[in-house]
Design a protein around this ligand. Structure first.
Ligand code: FES
Ligand code: FES
Length: 382
């Protein structure tokens, strides 16, 4: 990850008027906009806060209440942003402010900048979105006609640790704020696209192609070629596009564990990761767990057998996630006590309360004392 040291004190000559859209890492062109009260606004007015700058060729209102939940669903999926909850989008002169319930953050959104501003940012036609960090540097952009690229070194970075040790150039607060701004920037795009498509349809023009990209996933040893929007989670890609409903959707917010799969052999909540981020990595779901352990035919994985033997389920809805989590957990360095198992499995919720039997099943697999006919016929992936 690269971090740029910059400053809003930089000579404004460096922010020359550009005919091309500034790329990530470059200084953002000056705003130089007049707000509703007749004041001239510039980047310095937003010192200490990232800005989301949106150009949309059709009418679009980021403050519409139906969008708020959409933004919050997106925030909930982004690592490092737990606890942030958007309350409202407030009007403040020429810009809107994203007001959060549980942080001091307030992120300005400048929607539908004027023609002069669009020219300065190299935008010929909308939609276009720029995320400008607190130091006035473009961190991420998407301009109509460009291939959509997730801002994964901002919004999807999991390691704030890295940020804190990046020579002190960016504080954790700046990082979190910029990540949030980027998440909102992604959330805005579908709305601007939809507005554009509606406008074109009304004008008799053919609608723009859907905003999908080719995504290749390796699931249970098979290569799958899917056509997905970049914001599709791995969970939805598996269930709704790859036809594998064994992985369950419980909360869709990273809180229940029902959606657990293995990526690169480690347990991952598939509702919290985008499918595009998992390309090139082996993914195992409950459908392929036994085969991943060397089983053939209808033979089960030892953990599946143990859940059967110990009645580790009632309704069964949480069970695929429990088994995927447990089969990864037994390879992790946990202590040998029941309490260690409960701690290790605390991210997997069972509404039926089958916990005692689940712990017994896992402990039996850990001790290697499982004894059933199926047990002999598979490879016993421990
Ligand atoms: Fe993923 Fe609940 S559905 S954790
Ligand atoms: Fe019903 Fe766990 S068995 S939720």
């Amino acid at each position: 990850m690269t971090y740029f040291r910059s400053s809003l004190e930089t000579d404004t000559a460096a922010r020359s008027i550009s005919t091309r859209a500034p790329a990530a890492g470059e200084l953002a062109p000056e705003l130089d906009e007049i707000d509703a009260g007749g004041r001239r606004i510039s980047l310095k007015d937003f010192r200490g806060s990232p800005i989301v700058l949106v150009f949309s060729s059709a009418h679009w209102d980021p403050a519409a209440t139906e969008h708020i939940e959409q933004y919050n669903r997106l925030i909930a999926r982004l690592p490092g942003l737990a606890g942030a909850h958007l309350l409202r989008v407030e009007h403040d002169g020429a810009w809107r402010a994203l007001a959060f319930a549980d942080t001091e953050l307030s992120i300005p959104v400048i929607a539908d900048g004027g023609a002069e501003l669009a020219k300065r940012y190299g935008v010929r036609e909308g939609p276009a979105v720029f995320v400008i960090d607190a130091a006035g540097v473009v961190r991420w952009r998407h301009v109509a006609g460009e291939r959509f690229v997730l801002p994964d070194d901002i919004a999807l970075a999991t390691s704030t640790h890295e940020m804190e040790h990046a020579s002190g150039t960016w504080t954790r607060r700046e990082f979190v704020a910029t990540a949030m701004a980027a998440s909102f920037a992604i959330a805005f795009l579908p709305f601007t696209r939809r507005a554009d498509m509606q406008a074109q349809t009304l004008a008799g023009a053919p609608p723009a192609p859907a905003d999908t990209i080719p995504v290749r996933l390796n699931v249970n040893g098979r290569d799958l070629s899917l056509q997905l929007e970049p914001r599709v989670t791995l969970l939805d890609a598996l269930r709704d596009y790859a036809g594998m409903p064994g992985t369950k959707k419980g909360c869709d917010h990273g809180q229940c564990g029902a959606c657990t799969v293995h990526v690169d052999g480690r347990r991952v909540l598939s509702c919290l990761t985008f499918a595009v981020m998992q390309q090139g990595k082996p993914i195992t779901t409950i459908e392929g767990l036994a085969q991943s352990a060397g089983a053939s035919g209808d033979a089960l994985h030892p953990m599946q057998e143990a859940f059967l033997t110990h009645d580790g389920f009632q309704c069964g809805y949480c069970t695929p996630g429990q088994i995927m989590s447990a089969s990864a957990m037994v390879k992790e360095p946990w202590g040998s006590e029941d309490g260690d198992v409960r701690e290790a499995m605390s991210g997997n919720i069972c509404r039926c309360g089958a916990y005692t039997n689940i712990v017994a099943a896992i402990q039996e697999v850990r001790r290697g004392t499982l004894s059933t006919s199926n047990r002999k016929s598979n490879g016993g992936d421990r």
